[in-house]
Design a protein around this ligand. Structure first.
Ligand code: NDP
Length: 445
């Protein structure tokens, strides 16, 4: 049995029921199969066993009182996965589906993603099974304060720096930061995605969506000798990543025709009215279905996967994991889609990814394609440590440069290992090499 299969079998036995974590590791191991024969030192030092085991996992009770005076209890987590190249860094997810296996998958992906940004950041992820939907601002604040009352002792600007993710936006980061400051008696860059008046960075809010479109643009330019101008784009989700990906596509002359949420999706062949989506989602915190009341020509479907049935040149899944499967991949390829760029983390199933790669569709994996968010979080940390604030143009310019570097890194790595055009392998191998070599330098850690 090969070293990789042996480690993978052991991982499944030691982490039962954590299918998403198994899936994320499996994808990386498939890439390492290509690279490991040239690096016997990793087997000799049990590198794969070490890198797939989190350095630390914290699980805690989050008790809080709702507006009716009833005591509620949620389950909080922080997975501090790897600190070889910098402080643990990764978002917090508040969603009823959150469980340890989800956060281990996200934390593991984050290690390699952060390595690709070129900024010294380790990998981590956290969250809670709390659902902010339908809760009052007061309830969200009470919850966030209780969550931070435990988390604060484990984090710090040079230890672990959480950020937002699904269900954690500017409002939640504000409540979490306020409570951290009271407990720690320190103003420090311990969270990213902060408000612009209190340590936040310009361009952090749109960074993931913008970065996704920047790297897709690099692909279109270098490989397809074209750009976004006049292209039809399908986007899933209607949250932070989806909204700002849509905005950047519009700025570059493309037309976005779909968006979705967890209940269903809309198709508007006239081009999505982004101001309306922002009003529904960011202001009213409503459902995407409300869109068709103002645009009767648009259609609504309760099948979220219908976003991939629309003929498009570029597909950007920006909602959640495993939302684009084999059937969707077949439709996209048959419709002549040029490239799929993953805005969300692991939105494409392993079978879907394989099909796209084998059928001529460019595929930009989330680790590389959505790294713009954490990259600007890294820039926010840098600004906090200098006690300064750069302009929007400065940060956006750096983001563009970082996404260009990631593109060059993953495409040249794929070429170097004989799998040109396979950016999944390129991203996994490039990220792994940086972290694994750092761990080698630091001894048995
Ligand atoms: P938001 O909470 O702002 O938006 C999430 C969107 O996805 C919403 O439209 C939501 O619909 C939908 N969604 C959430 N869960 C599900 C589900 N189980 N099934 C279907 N749809 C769902 O999150 P973000 O935009 O920040 O994150 C989206 C993805 O991007 C995630 O995978 C996240 O990990 C990834 N990501 C985010 C980064 C960031 O900077 N924000 C950075 C890198 C990756 P509804 O409104 O119904 O809940």
């Amino acid at each position: 049995m090969s070293y990789l299969s042996q480690v993978y079998d052991g991982l499944i036995a030691r982490n039962p029921g954590e299918e998403e974590f198994h899936q994320a590791v499996k994808e990386v191991f498939e890439s390492l199969e290509i690279a490991l024969p040239q690096h016997p030192e990793f087997e000799q030092t049990s590198m794969l066993e070490r890198i797939t085991e989190p350095e630390r996992v914290i699980m805690f009770r989050v008790p809080w009182v709702n507006d009716n005076g009833e005591v509620q209890v949620n389950k909080g987590f922080r997975v501090e996965f790897n600190s070889a190249i910098g402080p643990y860094k990764g978002g917090l997810r508040f969603h009823p589906s959150v469980k340890l296996g989800t956060l281990k998958f996200l934390g593991f992906e984050q290690i390699l993603k952060n390595a690709l940004t070129g900024i010294p950041m380790g990998g981590g992820k956290g969250g809670c099974d709390f659902d902010p939907k339908g809760k009052s601002d007061n309830e969200v604040m009470k919850f966030c304060q209780s969550f931070m009352t435990e988390l604060f002792r484990h984090i710090g600007a040079y230890t672990d720096v959480p950020a937002g993710d699904i269900g954690v936006g500017g409002r939640e980061i504000g409540f979490l930061f306020g409570q951290y400051k009271r407990l720690a008696n320190k103003w420090e860059g311990v969270l990213t995605g902060k408000g612009l008046n209190w340590g936040g960075s310009f361009a952090r809010t749109p960074a993931t969506g913008y970065g996704l479109v920047y790297i897709a643009h690099e692909y279109l330019k270098d490989v397809r000798k074209t750009d976004f101008n006049g292209k039809t784009v399908a986007i899933s989700g209607a949250g932070n990543v989806a909204i700002y990906a849509c905005q950047k596509v519009n700025q570059l002359g493309g037309k976005v025709v779909t968006m979705s949420d967890s209940n269903g999706c809309i198709v508007d062949m006239d081009g999505i009215d982004l101001d309306l989506v922002k009003d529904i989602k960011e202001v009213r915190r409503g459902r995407i279905k409300e869109y068709i009341q103002k645009h009767p020509n648009a259609t609504y479907s309760e099948n979220r996967n219908d976003v991939w049935k629309v003929k498009c040149d570029v597909a950007l899944p920006c909602a959640t994991q495993n939302e684009l499967d084999l059937e969707d991949a077949k439709v996209l390829a048959a419709n002549g889609c040029l490239v799929v760029g993953e805005g969300a983390n692991m939105p494409t199933t392993l079978e879907g990814t394989k099909y796209l790669l084998e059928n001529g569709v460019g595929f930009l994996p989330g680790k590389a394609a959505n790294a713009g968010g954490v990259a600007v979080s890294g820039l926010e940390m840098a600004q906090n440590s200098y006690f300064t604030q750069w302009t929007f143009e400065e940060v956006d310019g750096k983001l563009k440069g970082i996404m260009r570097n990631i593109w060059v890194n993953i495409s040249t790595t794929a070429k170097k290992y004989g799998v040109e055009g396979n950016y999944v392998h390129g991203a996994n191998i490039a990220g792994f090499m940086k972290v694994a070599n750092s761990m080698m330098d630091q001894g048995v850690v």
